[in-house]
Design a protein around this ligand. Structure first.
Ligand code: DCM
Ligand code: MG
Length: 235
């Protein structure tokens, strides 16, 4: 059991890349989004989301104070057509974008260091995909870390734990059949997100899903964090 961690900022995080984990064709990052919210602003979203669940502006509900870094990268490897069809990102579109290089990492570092500390990254399936992939790109450049004291949590593990406990506590609780981001979003709010597989759209959907369980999510993060510096690289 870990010490309860007091922290200030959640950085919701999503990567798009050239594919799923693969030994022969390791994925390269094509898009990254960080959206940083103060924990108290994140928690305040919950009642608003449920109040405006059926409004046509539902997807615009975000804290007034939110800091965003969204970057596209030229992956310098072929993006399979099947992946382009999912993400909308092709080699043509990314032709003139920067590669993921040390200067890009500096940009990420400066963004993260500028936020109220300590910070918590939140990614859906992050422990299996986003964190090890980010780590691989860093290590590949001879870099080891983002900034010191970056805590991480996986919203997939968190929400599974939260919903499992709800099922135990209330027998009639309707448990989601899938914990994929669109399915969870539909289970909680009755509609799938309008867009998926864009880093920023996914981050927005993730914020709504996590905020729907705000108190339990914050408690889970405080007790079940890991450190980005301890993440093993994907490839
Ligand atoms: N991905 C994939 N095939 C899928 C789903 C995802 O190759 N069926 C890869 C490409 C995406 C990346 O994973 O850019 C991240 O997924 P997501 O858009 O769900 O964040
Ligand atoms: Mg995504």
């Amino acid at each position: 059991c870990k010490c309860m961690l007091g922290f200030q900022t959640f950085v919701f995080f999503d990567l798009e890349a050239t594919g799923l984990p693969s030994v022969t064709n390791p994925p390269r990052i094509t898009e990254l989004c960080f959206k940083a919210l103060e924990v108290k602003h994140f928690s305040a979203l919950k009642p608003l989301l449920f109040k405006c669940k059926d409004s046509k502006n539902f997807e615009d509900i975000l804290p007034r104070v939110a800091n965003t870094l969204k970057l596209c990268f030229n992956p310098s490897v072929m993006i399979p057509e099947i992946v382009t069809n999912i993400t909308g990102l092709s080699n043509d579109l990314l032709e003139n974008q920067s590669q993921f290089k040390p200067e890009s990492v500096n940009l990420l570092k400066i963004f993260l260091e500028n936020l109220p500390q300590p910070i918590f990254l939140v990614a859906h399936n992050g422990l299996k995909y986003d964190y090890p992939l980010m780590k691989a790109e860093l290590v590949n450049l001879g870099l080891q870390n983002l900034t010191d004291n970056v805590y991480i949590v996986d919203s997939l593990t968190a929400l599974k734990d939260i919903f499992d406990k709800k099922v135990q506590d209330q027998e009639d609780f309707d448990k989601p059949t899938s914990f994929s981001l669109p399915k969870l979003h539909e289970h909680i709010f009755g509609v799938k997100p309008k867009n998926s597989h864009g880093a920023e759209a996914d981050v927005h959907a993730l914020i709504r899903v996590c905020a729907s369980q705000a108190e339990l999510f914050v408690e889970y993060a405080q007790k079940n964090y890991e450190l980005f510096k301890d993440v093993k690289k994907m490839w």
